[in-house]
Design a protein around this ligand. Structure first.
Ligand code: SF4
Ligand code: SF4
Length: 345
């Protein structure tokens, strides 16, 4: 596995990292096995978050005694200092270590959040002190909001930034990536599979490999998934005409209604399960209508609760017309449900 340096830091890691959200779905033994398989295959960068339930604990269990072989990154959602320090101590305990290679402020998407983080007694002040104390080696930030991410990069306070980037959501290559390079920061790629909507690893990673210095962290929950992604790196090919067509097909299918699953719109005061309901057409395109109806039922049945209050729209960084899209998805779901009942669509 090729090793790369993360920006101007002295962290040298595998050119593909491990995003540790999916291991929360596995039991401890299975998660440990997947994590160890990744390290055996040469992956050395592991990214998790305090918010990812027991992910940190599983990483701690997998790599106990092998701390020197891995580079550990985690995150805190806390905006004030006391909470951020409590989470930092918890992360250290869960991952059985006394230092973190990279500590990231998690999802700073709105100005109010940045103001809270930078206020006296805020998280930034606290993590800076923890860095001086040697508990954190480098400081990073993550965001789904690219305008905000650009501002955060420009503060010069961070060693890395983590934003979504894939061939569907490729806006980050326009402004954020050049600024990151100019400042010699690390660029960690969130959602290389578009949050699960891209199921073609070869094309997904061929696209990312065109941009130098990126560190993608696909989420893995099986050894087979790891092997599939690494096979793209073992036999690198540039993007060909056929691949461009594949990318276009994905973009056409998803169109302007593409929900990035960032969940900023939630919670809905009426209990609408916005994210899975927004993704219903993707389910349909990936499965049969019958399976999509069955799989999406629990979320789709909450859509009629929507009162079009608009509070989710205000929170969506991508400006999606959520109530309209939900209604249209629900109509599609009803058509498919009827088609399923009568045996025809
Ligand atoms: S517009 Fe509908 S889905 Fe959005 S928050 Fe209001 S009730 Fe919930
Ligand atoms: S609707 Fe908008 S805010 Fe909600 S998950 Fe999708 S992209 Fe994110």
């Amino acid at each position: 596995m090729k090793m790369i340096r993360i920006g101007r830091t002295d962290l040298v890691v595998s050119e593909v990292g491990f995003g540790a959200i999916p291991i929360i779905r596995l039991d401890l033994a299975a998660a440990v096995a997947v994590l160890r398989h990744a390290l055996d295959r040469g992956i050395t960068f592991f990214d998790t978050a305090n918010a990812y339930r027991d992910s940190e604990e599983k990483i701690g269990a997998a790599f106990s005694g092998r701390r020197g072989d891995i580079v550990l990154a985690t995150k805190t959602y806390q905006r004030e200092g006391k909470g951020a320090m409590e989470q930092l101590e918890r992360s250290l305990r869960m991952m059985r270590t006394d230092y973190l290679d990279l500590y990231q402020l998690h999802q700073i998407a709105r100005r109010e959040e940045w103001e809270a983080v930078t206020a006296p007694g805020g998280a930034l002040e606290a993590v800076s002190r923890a860095r001086e104390a040697g508990k954190i080696r480098y400081l990073g930030v993550t965001s789904h909001n690219l305008a905000m991410a650009l501002e955060l990069v420009r503060t010069g306070l961070f060693d890395t930034v983590q934003v979504p980037l894939n061939f569907i959501e490729d806006e980050a290559v326009k402004e954020v990536l050049p600024e990151v390079r100019r400042r010699q920061m690390g660029f960690i790629v969130m959602k290389p599979f578009g949050g699960g909507v891209i199921d073609n690893a070869r094309v997904a990673f061929a696209f990312l490999r065109r941009h130098e210095g990126l560190l993608p962290i696909p989420g893995f929950e099986s050894a087979a998934q790891i092997d599939e992604v690494l096979s793209v790196y073992e036999d690198p090919k540039d993007v060909g005409e056929e691949d461009l067509e594949v990318m276009d097909r994905y973009r056409r299918e998803l169109g302007e209604h593409f929900c990035r699953r960032c969940e900023y719109c939630q919670p809905c005061p009426q209990g609408v399960r916005i994210t899975p309901a927004m993704g219903y057409p993707i389910l349909v395109s990936r499965m049969s209508e019958a399976v999509a109806v069955e799989y999406g039922k629990a979320a789709m049945e909450t859509v009629p609760l929507c009162t079009s209050c608009g509070s989710c729209v205000e929170r969506c960084p991508y400006g999606l017309s959520i109530p309209e899209i939900l209604r249209s998805n629900y109509e599609m779901y009803l058509r498919h449900s009827k088609g399923r009942g009568s045996g025809k669509e």
